[in-house]
Design a protein around this ligand. Structure first.
Ligand code: AMP
Ligand code: GLY
Length: 428
């Protein structure tokens, strides 16, 4: 199979690493990839906003399957154009990607399909939103409707913060993404991510993961794309999984099919679990980053079979095998991320000769044989172990072999899982 993968983050390095293990793979191109993918795949420069350019490349390279990593090209409709040109594409169409591209769209689907989620109200003008918020209690959550690179959500603890967030949104801080706004109830509980691959009708649930969104230890500091993750999530038992599948995943897939916009690709449900009951916080239309890294470490099946079956519209014969072990990844970021940071440092990596440890690159590039920092989130030190604690130990051990002065990372990735395992009485 000749494959084109679109994206350049740690998620795409992990996907590429797994794809590279497939017996079906003949050639893997990545647009644009990073310093890590360059070692075993062909990084290419393509303007992915120019769909004709992507189509021409796929025609000349006789690409059999195109896999879309990030959300921006999905919401821009790249899948629709590639499908029209006759290609197999893993990822949802523009209409189906609204599950991530519009929070109001997803909220409406939740109403129609009885999917448990936070109570909400939707606004498309400043004054009514400011009027509404006066009568609410705090904390409360204010969300720009569209894609805002993870920055469009404010948890306001008082009226002043809420007013500021609402005004920012309508003043154009998030561009078009802020022309509508959702205000929703604050949900308490523990967060959990569930991934399901669908062909538009059927779905197959992948492994679970938990992410650490805040920049600093103790889940403090600004929100980021994710500073680390682990899988499986100890919070998830069979009973909770069944509830998530029947109350959230199945009604989403069915609801989209009923609307005539079947969802094919990977559905990433961000959930809050309170007293054993799941609530949907948001849907994403792609793999999580860095959650994908830990899922790829645990997947024992051929990923190309799964992705191609979804792209062709029938996953009913797919069975997946997962490692019983746990995986954990720690993000190394440039000092100052997520606000402002420098690029261009040289990073020296002493790659451990141990298949249980993978160093996935995110924002890196190669200059000759030198690895150069080229982004905010730069490396994902990922390990697999008998349990989260062991994976955590191995990942932090491996970080010691990386020489990069201007970096930082959290030292407590997996803390919740480790403390849960240490006190089984809490595990209820
Ligand atoms: P989102 O971009 O919708 O995933 O929101 C980013 C983060 O904000 C989530 O991962 C949660 O930690 C938090 N969040 C979003 N919505 C809510 C909510 N209704 N209640 C509590 N926390 C929330
Ligand atoms: N790690 C969260 C995300 O990919 O959205």
């Amino acid at each position: 199979m000749r494959v084109l993968l679109i994206g350049s983050g740690g998620r795409e390095h992990a996907l590429a690493w797994k794809i590279n293990q497939s017996k079906q793979l003949e050639k893997l191109f990545i647009a644009s990839g990073n310093g890590g993918t360059e070692n075993f795949a062909t990084n290419i420069k393509l303007d992915v906003t120019n769909h004709d350019e992507v189509i021409k490349f796929c025609q000349s390279e006789k690409i059999d399957l195109i896999i879309i990593g990030p959300e921006v090209p999905l919401v821009a409709g790249i899948v629709d154009d590639l499908q029209k040109a006759g290609f197999n594409v893993f990822g949802p169409t523009k209409a189906a990607a609204q599950l991530e591209g519009s929070k109001a769209f997803t909220k409406k689907l939740c109403d129609e399909m009885n999917i448990p989620t936070a109570a909400y109200a939707k606004f498309d003008a400043l004054e009514p939103a400011l009027e509404y918020i006066k009568a609410q209690s705090f904390p409360i959550v204010i969300k720009a409707d569209g894609l805002a690179a993870g920055k469009g959500v404010t948890i306001a603890t008082n009226l002043e913060e809420a007013n500021d967030a609402i005004s920012d949104c309508f003043s154009g801080v998030f561009g078009e993404a802020g022309s509508e706004l959702v205000i929703e109830e604050f949900l308490e509980g523990e967060e959990l991510s569930i991934f399901a691959v669908s062909d538009g009708k059927n779905f197959i649930t992948l492994a679970s993961a938990q992410d650490h969104k805040r920049a600093y230890d103790g889940d403090k500091g600004p929100n980021t794309g994710g500073m680390g993750a682990y899988s499986p999530a100890p919070l998830l038992d069979d009973k909770l999984l069944k509830r998530i599948e029947s109350e959230i995943i199945a009604p989403t897939i069915n609801g989209m099919a009923i609307r005539g916009m079947p969802f094919s690709g990977v559905l990433f449900a961000g959930l809050m679990v309170k007293n054993g009951a799941p609530f949907l916080i948001e849907h994403n239309a792609r793999f999580g980053d860095p959650e994908c890294q830990v899922l790829m470490m645990r997947l024992n099946s051929d990923i190309l079979e799964l992705l191609m079956a979804s792209a062709r519209g029938d996953i009913s014969d797919i069975k997946l095998a997962w490692s019983n072990k746990a995986a954990l990844t720690v993000v190394m970021a440039a000092k100052g991320y997520p606000v402002s940071y420098e690029k261009g440092d040289e990073i020296k990596i002493n790659q451990p000769d141990d298949e249980n440890i993978q160093i996935f690159h995110a924002g890196t590039l190669l200059k000759g044989d030198k690895i150069i920092a080229n982004g905010g989130r730069v490396l994902n030190i990922t390990a697999i172990g008998d349990d989260v604690e062991q994976a955590q130990k191995s990942a932090y051990q491996a970080i010691k072999n990386i020489d990069w002065q201007n970096s930082f990372y959290r030292t407590d990735i997996g803390w919740r899982a480790v403390s849960r395992n240490k006190s089984p009485a809490d595990n209820k």
